[in-house]
Write a protein that binds this ligand. Sequence first.
Ligand code: EPU
Length: 424
Amino acid sequence: MDTLVLHGGRPLSGRIAVSGAKNAALPAMAAALLCPGEHRLRRVPRLADVATLSRLLAHMGVAIERGSGRRGGELRLVSPAACRPEAPYDLVKTMRASVLVLGPLLARQGRARVSLPGGCAIGARPIDQHLKALAALGADIRLAHGYVEAEAPPGGLRGAHVPFDVPTVTGTENVLMAASLARGRTVLTNAAREPEVEDLARALISMGARISGAGGDVIEIEGVEGLNPLAHEVIPDRIEAGTLLVAAAATGGEVTLDGARPDQLEALIDKLREAGSRVEEIDGALWLRSPARASAVAVRTAPYPGFPTDMQAQVMALAAVAEGSSVIEETVFENRFMHALELRRMGADITVTGRTAIVRGVRKLSGAPVMATDLRASASLVVAGLAAEGRTVVQRVYHLDRGYDRLERKLRSLGARIRRVAAG
Ligand code: EPU
């Protein structure tokens, strides 16, 4: 297994372009199951999760090819006339987002057999809302032998009112895809408002779907008989952008991010300003300059447009070196503080009680060997390592590779001393 070796203490400085969003690329790839033909997707990041979903789609009969050279961000997906409607455990267990194939398979093939994803390092993460919504569209859903077995009624799925009990990102995306091919009108209430949901809606609309209201909590979908292949450019990754901004703030640095969308990063930018950074949009890029030491912040995660849970771990690393005491509350996932223990091993002063962490900032963290159990926790250890004195070795880098497109190269081009040591 690869490791990352960092020597901290140097402010990040420079300019870099943001990659495409993992959580927008994955549903758009799944949308290729909705109709046969050649789909094209641009700005697809190079990530382990994209490779995993590619393997899963290949299992269903979709041929996938990545462009080369300047077209390296482009995926060409050729969907067959009939897909194999099955997502096996071996592929689903490595990536929960595999559940995104359920809606499109059901709509297009009339049936699907998808392994239940199970819990993960950040919480139980049930999919009851996905299943309830698909049942409302008329699907017969059974759970057997660790699999969801779903079947559309004779004549196909039909539009319905779907009230979500909790706003769920992939749940909303699954139903958006299924309802696009259902008969009649579907209305989703308490839908997730994340920019990635809106991006999927844009992708589906480009295929001929009739969707309005995405980005708000009520979405209306008028089902159509058939869709055309997809041609879409994925939005830039707000979490990658956010991670780079936080890393700059934690090191007293200055960075400019090309392609970052300030309108999708408002809650984070507010907190970075509260921490003392100047953040501006300049000529279509996002610029941040941090004071030598950030100030404490109060953060409470919430569904979009609230503060993203996917930035909570990285902000905890910033709080660990800020002046004063920060309060960080996690309301989206029940078990997303595993990084706190590793940050403590680097000298951070953090007390966790239930879903709240109190972080008393220290002047300096000290580099240490550390290891994370999930993607964003790994990113927080990298941020901490950049701000720490001495050498940090981050193990289990495969978590980081799931969701960041060559993060160490980007950080190195911003002046960080970081290198990957390949497993021998
Ligand atoms: N929930 C339910 N029932 C459901 C679905 C969700 O109770 O059927 C609960 C979850 O347990 C959680 C809350 O609702 O407490 C929100 O979960 P959501 O379904 O929105 O999460 P997700 O769709 O599984 C996506 C991202 C996550 C991100 C969350 C929240 C993708 C592929 N994943 O997950 O991204 O944290 O939304 O914004 O889009 C990451 O990139 O590191 C990551 C974990």
